[in-house]
Write a protein that binds this ligand. Structure first.
Ligand code: C2E
Ligand code: MG
Ligand code: MG
Length: 440
């Protein structure tokens, strides 16, 4: 790191004298932790050595490649024409990374995210600042999806700073009790019964207020914090499900808990689920784990194996957000899932177009023929409900019945829905702060 910084310093001085540009490329491997976790540290080391070798073979004599620490590398390109040339170099690095390599006894492919900062001859930034900016651009590349490069723009700083701050804060969030689970009922139309509740994570940040999982789960995944967070969600969700069970005279709702891809890839997942069940005393068949299709994308065999192992614990599995990803019906039959959750994108379109109700209905029919239960997510209006009902959809989740609620408010709402027992529930009154009006 020190030598690299020194070389950048010298290159800046030379560039100023000669009126030439230079570029710093910052490289961070994607999911490197996963290689370490799944193949072992020796294999991880082999990957790092091979990446270093490839970088070295790929730079010109006058350029410098360095390892910055962990899975971070940096490349200094001297004497470039401008950003296009630097971008071309970044593209070449991505391509050479993509070639498979040996690690342990396996062939693996790694990907990286790259950030580039280019300094023109009269650039005022010093070496540290150039490197920092390349690092910032790398963050953006990572956020936008792995395996890409980004050129630094000054506006990137703000976003990156906010993100770095959240990263640090998130580490404290678990210990200081800032994480909460909200619960959203899943409703069966025929009798208005609440067949399940889905646990949805909320971060009650001391300064920023409630942060949505869409904003912090990617950070949790990137930093590996999703493992302890996911463990907490499992324990807390199971504990609450047990409480619901104790409080309900009739059939208690099943508890749905979301798992992220990183959790499935992590070897402890089966033990974590088993521990949460044992600790809470919840019967395994009262728990449903929700996964998305992304689980299947990288290493399908491992994922299917893990899902089978989870299934053997006796829990239910749901495929979440069906219809948003690569939704291939062909693998549905291969997966040990019992529930298909049809994403709100289908429902949103129902507002404009009745034909969309047919699509959702057809998916429900198909799922049923495969022996799967279905839940349609994101129903907000009575109109959507009527269209979907007419096309054979029976079990729903959405703001029309209830938003996700903190545990202390869940009980009454669950009863209200059941008490109502109407095929097309009358929307709750707008005055009811728990539920809010049915939008639309
Ligand atoms: P999801 O599992 O598909 O959860 C459903 C999302 O749809 C929730 O968003 C819920 O609040 C929202 N929703 C429910 N009904 C309606 C509706 O009628 N209209 C609209 N527009 N939205 C509705 P939320 O709580 O923001 O969660 C977003 C995503 O974050 C979840 O999507 C899930 O993928 C993830 N997530 C939440 N909690 C956890 C967790 O504990 N672990 C992991 N790994 N992921 C989680
Ligand atoms: Mg879900
Ligand atoms: Mg969903």
């Amino acid at each position: 790191r020190a030598m690299f910084t020194e070389r950048v310093r010298q290159a800046i001085a030379r560039g100023r004298r000669k009126g030439r540009c230079l570029a710093v490329i910052f490289l961070d491997l994607d999911d490197f932790k996963m290689i370490n976790d799944s193949l072992g540290h020796a294999a991880g080391d082999e990957v790092l050595v091979e990446v270093a070798r490839r970088l070295d073979a790929n730079v010109r004599g006058a350029d410098t490649a360095a390892r910055f620490g962990g899975d971070e590398f940096a490349v200094l390109l001297e004497d470039v024409e401008g950003s296009q040339e630097a971008a071309d170099a970044a593209q070449r690095i991505l391509e050479m990374l993509a070639l498979s390599m040996r690690a342990g006894h396996r062939e693996v492919t790694v990907r990286g995210s790259l950030g580039i900062s280019v300094a023109v001859a009269d650039d005022a930034r010093n070496a540290e600042e150039l490197i920092r900016d390349a690092d910032a651009a790398m963050y953006i590349a990572k956020r936008d999806g792995n395996g890409a490069y980004r050129l630094f723009e000054p506006a990137m700083h703000e976003g990156v700073l906010a993100r770095l701050e959240l990263r640090t804060d998130l580490q404290r969030a678990i210990d200081t009790g800032q994480l909460e689970l909200y619960y959203q009922p899943v409703v069966r139309l025929v009798d208005g019964s609440v067949t399940g509740v889905e646990a949805l994570l909320r971060w009650n940040h001391p300064e920023r207020g409630m942060i949505s999982p869409a904003d912090f789960i990617p950070i949790a995944e990137e930093t590996g914090l999703i493992i302890p967070i996911g463990r907490w969600v499992l324990r807390e969700g199971c504990r609450h499900a047990r409480r619901l069970e104790a409080a309900s005279a009739e059939r208690p709702p099943r508890m749905s808990i979301n798992l992220s891809l990183k959790q499935i890839q992590h070897s402890d997942i089966v033990a974590d689920v088993r521990d949460a069940l044992e600790e809470s005393g919840l019967r395994p068949d009262r728990l449903v784990l929700e996964i998305t299709e992304s689980v299947l994308m990288d290493n399908t065999d491992l994922a299917v194996e893990r899902l089978r192992a989870l299934k053997e614990l006796g829990v239910g599995l749901a495929l979440d957000d069906f219809g948003t990803g690569y939704s291939s019906l062909s693998y549905l039959a291969r997966l040990p899932v019992d529930v298909l959750k049809i994403d709100k994108v289908f429902v949103n379109r129902v507002g404009q177009d009745c034909a969309e109700g047919r699509v959702a209905g057809a998916v429900v029919a198909l799922a049923t023929s495969l022996g799967l239960d279905t839940v349609v997510e994101g129903v907000e209006t009575t109109w959507q409900l009527e269209v979907l009902r007419d096309h054979g959809c029976r079990v729903f989740q959405g703001y029309l019945w209830s938003r996700p609620l903190p545990p202390e408010q869940l009980g009454p709402v669950a009863r209200d829905i059941r008490g109502a027992a109407v095929p097309v529930p009358a929307p709750y009154s707008a005055a009811d702060p728990r539920v809010g009006p049915a939008a639309g």
